[in-house]
Write a protein that binds this ligand. Structure first.
Ligand code: TXA
Ligand code: MG
Length: 308
């Protein structure tokens, strides 16, 4: 979208209709929530989610929050246990995000959860985000609508200040009520864990640091393949599963045409596929370090780093 015009429309039926068409076309749209403005895209469309990262210019992939209209929709994407159900009943719709195990056959793209077996879910209260969820009929992945390194936007003007020309539309709903991102609580196994403090204070959630171990062998925020991974591979050994890019490789390819949006969209699926293959090692072709390639290479470098 770089260089194109960004439209600013007041929240109303026309803005929602236009935003819905853009979401269905796989493009990200800025929309107010009760916490901060979000940059929303169809969570079931991997390339749409890759375009969120492209617009933000973020040099790494983080798992994103998926917004849904109600508890039933949340249950289709994640497995809510008793504790999560109780919190959802008490605080949804509202500024609370619950991290729960991913549902079997979840339609959400692996780029949204950054390959993790868990998913962050939230039922927002703001009428604009609610209207877009209803009209589009899609779960919406949405990080804060700011360029990488800038503070979270609480007004449409803040969104334009960093994303003008990089996204097609900003829905203007005035200043947000909370001005602070949602509280995030992990309700997976064992006690509730506070992953990010926010507007809702849950007394029985224990604060943890971002890198706390979620479960044996699984870090809080990063999926890593179990097999050794070699970077910048312009050829592959017989015992390596080769993930290609452009003209190079492989057993699979991030993008045969060298398209970074497609490569980002396929990254976690291909890492899982390589991990599940019969070969004991993984090699990945070079990916250019520009635009989305920065985030792809950040993720690959972490996947290749030795770990204990
Ligand atoms: O208020 C909000 O939550 C805003 C509005 C737009 O809804 N959204 C937001 O999203 O703040 P974002 O992408 O900036 O923050 C997502 C946070 C990250 O810190 C990420 O690590 C965490 O949620 N997260 C997402 N999925 C996770 C998972 N499966 N496990 C652990 N943490 C997760
Ligand atoms: Mg943010």
């Amino acid at each position: 979208m770089t260089g194109k015009r960004t439209e600013l429309r007041p929240f109303g039926p026309e803005a929602i209709a236009e935003a819905t068409a853009l979401i269905r076309d796989g493009l990200p749209v800025a929309v107010p929530t009760e916490t901060v403005y979000g940059l929303a895209a169809d969570a079931t469309n991997a390339e749409a989610v890759a375009r969120i990262y492209k617009a933000k210019g973020r040099p790494s992939f983080n798992p994103l929050i998926v917004h849904v209209p109600d508890l039933d929709a949340a249950r289709r994407l994640g497995r809510l246990g008793a504790a999560a159900e109780a919190l959802a009943g008490a605080y949804w719709p509202g500024p609370l995000t619950l991290v729960v195990p991913l549902a079997e056959n979840s339609p959400v793209a692996s780029l949204v959860t950054a390959g993790l077996p868990t998913i962050a879910l939230r039922v927002p209260a703001h009428p604009a985000m609610r209207a877009l969820l209803q009209a589009s009929g899609r779960p919406l992945a949405a990080p804060s609508a700011n360029a990488s390194g800038r503070i979270s936007p609480t007004r449409a003007a803040h969104v334009l200040a960093s994303l003008d020309g990089r996204i097609p539309l900003v829905i203007d709903g005035g200043a947000t009520a909370h001005g602070l991102e949602s509280t995030i609580i992990a309700a997976t196994d064992g006690p509730l864990r506070l992953l990010r403090p926010g507007p809702i204070v849950v007394p029985d959630a224990t604060a943890v640091t971002g890198n706390a171990v979620e479960a044996p062998g699984m870090l809080a925020s990063h999926y890593a393949p179990a097999k050794p991974l070699r970077l910048d591979a312009v050829s592959a050994e017989a015992d390596e599963w080769w993930i290609g890019f452009g003209a190079q490789g492989g057993d699979s390819s991030l993008s045969r045409s060298g398209d970074l949006v497609e490569a980002a969209a396929r990254l976690f699926d291909l890492l899982h596929e390589a991990d599940a293959s019969s070969r004991p090692r993984i090699a990945v072709a070079p990916v250019p370090s520009e635009g989305l390639g920065l985030a792809i290479n950040d993720r690959l470098a972490r996947a290749a780093a030795p770990r204990g």
